[in-house]
Every structure is written in C-alpha cells, then in structure tokens.
Design a protein around this ligand. Structure first.
Ligand code: ADP
Length: 352
C-alpha cells in the first residue's frame, strides 16, 4: 500500500527519491531527510546514481553533521607553516581552481597527509584549503567511524564519498587517519575494521583514477602507524611542526588584537615567546585565554560586580598575566615525541 511508483511527479519529488534509496520507511517519511535528498538531486530532479543504494539517514548524517558549507578559515588565520602553505597551494588549491591546466603530467595527487603533534593547525589547513579552493569541506574523525559507527562504518564511508562526489570540488578531511589505516594487522583486528579499511581504500582508488575533483586529506599524530598501502595513496606528506617563536608571537598578537586587548611591547612579546618554547598553537590559544582572564579577575577582586562590570573597567593584558597563566597552561606535547616526527619526515615526508 505504501508503494510509490518511481516516476517523476510534478511537485516535490522527494517521495519518489526516498522510495528509491534503500532504507526503512520511517526514514522515507522524515521531512528533513527528504529535504536533504532533494538538495542532492540533479537538475533533472533525479538522485545521482551513486546515492541510490545508500540509506537516506546516512546521507542525511553526512549532509548535516559532516559536511561544512562554510569552513570559515583563511590562510591569514594560520600562523607560520609557510612551507606547508606553499606546497598545498601548488598541489591542491591551483588544481581545484583550474582543473583544465592540471591534467596529464600536471595531474595532482588526490591524497595529502598532514602529520605532526596535536594542536598545530592541521585541521585549520584542511578548512583553509576548502575555503580558498571554494570546495565543500567534509570532516570526519576516523576514530568515530570505528567507535561510534560500529558495524556501519563501511556504509558511512560509501555515503561520505558518494555525497562528496555530488558536491565537487570537495575536500574530505579524515582526522586520526591512523586509526583507520594502521599497519597493526593482526589477530586482534576485527573483521569489521578490516572491511572498513578495505572499503576506504577502494573508495580512494575510485576517485584517484577518475576525473573527480575530490581531495582526501588525512591528519595524524602517529604517522609511524600508517601502513604501506596508506602511504602509497597519500602521495604528498607534509610535516606540520610546533609553531616557531615568530608564529607564537603572531598567535598572541592576533588573538589579543581581535578583542582589543593588545598592549604588550615587542620586548614583552619576545619574553612570552621565550617562555613558551615547545607550546603548540592550541596551547598558545589556551594560554592567551587564561592570560586574558587576569584583568577580569582583578576587576572583580576590587569589588565590581560581574553584572555591572564594563569593558572600560578592565586593564589590558600584561606580561604578569602571561606569567600567571603559564602556571595553569602547560605544553601538551612532550619533547621526546618530536624525534619520531623528524625521523618519519626524513624517511617519508615531502621535504621540498
Ligand atoms: P590539529 O588539527 O593539528 O590537532 P587544529 O588545527 O585543530 O590542530 O588547531 C586547534 C586550535 O589551535 C585552532 O583552532 C587554533 O585556534 C589553534 N592553532 C593551532 N595551530 C595554529 C596556527 N598555526 N595558527 C593559528 N592558530 C593555531
């Protein structure tokens, strides 16, 4: 009785669309799922071939949770990392903007690996690439595929690549890619995670050989865990190191300036930078946040009520605020880990 014939109707065709994709009838009746599917239909009102056998709720999850239409990060927001920015511009952004020039000998690799300590701007680079290349950005954490989507990861991966191919140019950013493509074979490896890995490699192979404008970016803090198959597919591998002293100064300046709190002298900034050797970009952000609480705490100590506090009641952030914040915010990366990255970079990284 619920059968809807697979022919085009005059008005909203989502009823037909959803009837043609595999799934439960509950899904098909869901309005938001219908809207999602409608948005993916071609000009002829038909759902693209690749999406027809996928479950609507997975397509919806990809469209709503994993796809980011406006990643909102620009190159200028990222401190330092000039080498990575230069490589990525040539290898990724230009080809996405001018696919007609980047063919044949110039055809770009479709897989990029960003490796290095946590909190150094890998995700920011992924978002900036999508922003600069006017591409749709898809963000997925590989560990969620193995933990949250147990048994369904494979289907979700197919849906991810399917939706991405309808939203070209597209950048698929896979965080913690080591947990998906690790070399730990083994008795312990579950059948389901082996299938997930195979599915992922098949999807990558698929768009690598075709003319699709999809770039896969994998990010990892543990590059040494990746196996040979993963390395082969992620042809360019860029080391994203801890920020230099200049980059740390830039982060402090940029964050405080945005809030109109910047009053430090050049010498004072240099002092903070000398105190923060080994801090990641993310540690620096936390440090600035903590330091900027100093003026607020002091104003409250003087008896001003938080509800009556005006911006003018607070002094600018000082060197002493940073000194205090350093007690609270410690570096999150241990110096011992850095050697591993250097070695892996020498062996497998793209150095020029
Ligand atoms: P990763 O993906 O390498 O773990 P993220 O890109 O998620 O790190 O960075 C986390 C946060 O740390 C960012 O949102 C940003 O505020 C800050 N950050 C890290 N690296 C940089 C950088 N190079 N320039 C500016 N901010 C940075």
């Amino acid at each position: 009785g619920n059968f809807i014939p697979p022919i085009k109707s005059n008005g909203g065709n989502a009823g037909n669309v959803t009837s043609r994709v595999a799934g439960k009838s509950d899904d098909a009746s869901d309005d938001s799922t219908k809207r999602c599917l409608e948005m993916l239909c071609g000009p002829d009102g038909e759902l693209p071939e690749k999406l027809r056998n996928l479950e609507p709720r997975l397509i919806e999850h990809i469209s709503n949770e994993i796809m980011d239409r406006d990643p909102n990060v620009r190159w200028d927001d990222i401190a330092g990392l000039d080498h990575a920015k230069k490589c990525v511009t040539e290898m990724v952004i230009w080809p996405l903007l001018r696919p007609d020039i980047f063919k044949g000998c110039r055809s770009p690799g479709r897989g990029l690996l960003l490796f290095g300590p946590p909190g150094t701007g890998k995700t920011m680079i992924g978002k900036a690439i999508a922003g600069e290349a006017k591409a749709t950005f898809f963000y997925i954490s590989a560990s969620s595929l193995t933990s949250k989507w147990i048994g369904e990861g494979e289907k979700l991966v197919r849906a991810l690549f399917g939706v991405a191919s309808c939203r070209q140019p597209a950048v698929i950013f896979v965080d913690e890619i080591d947990s998906l493509l690790s070399q730990r074979k083994s008795e312990g490896e579950h059948e389901s995670s082996r299938r997930l890995k195979t599915q992922f490699l098949i999807e990558m192979e698929g768009f690598d050989s075709g003319s699709e404008q999809i770039l896969l970016i994998g990010a990892t803090n543990r590059p040494q865990e990746l196996d040979e198959a993963a390395r082969r597919r992620l042809t360019k591998r860029l080391y994203i190191p801890l920020p230099s002293s200049e980059a740390r100064a830039w982060i402090i300046h940029n964050l405080l300036e945005k809030d109109g709190l910047f009053k430090l002298s050049k010498d004072e900034i240099d002092t903070v930078c000398s105190w923060t050797e080994g801090y990641s970009g993310s540690d620096m952000k936390n440090l600035v946040k903590d330091a900027s609480m100093g003026p607020l705490r002091e104003a409250l100590k003087q008896g001003i009520e938080i509800t009556k506090l005006k911006k003018e009641d607070m002094r600018p952030v000082t060197l002493k605020d940073f000194e205090d914040a350093l007690q609270e915010v410690r570096p999150s990366v241990s110096p011992n880990e850095l050697g591993t990255y250097d070695e892996w970079n020498k062996q497998f990284g793209s150095l020029s």
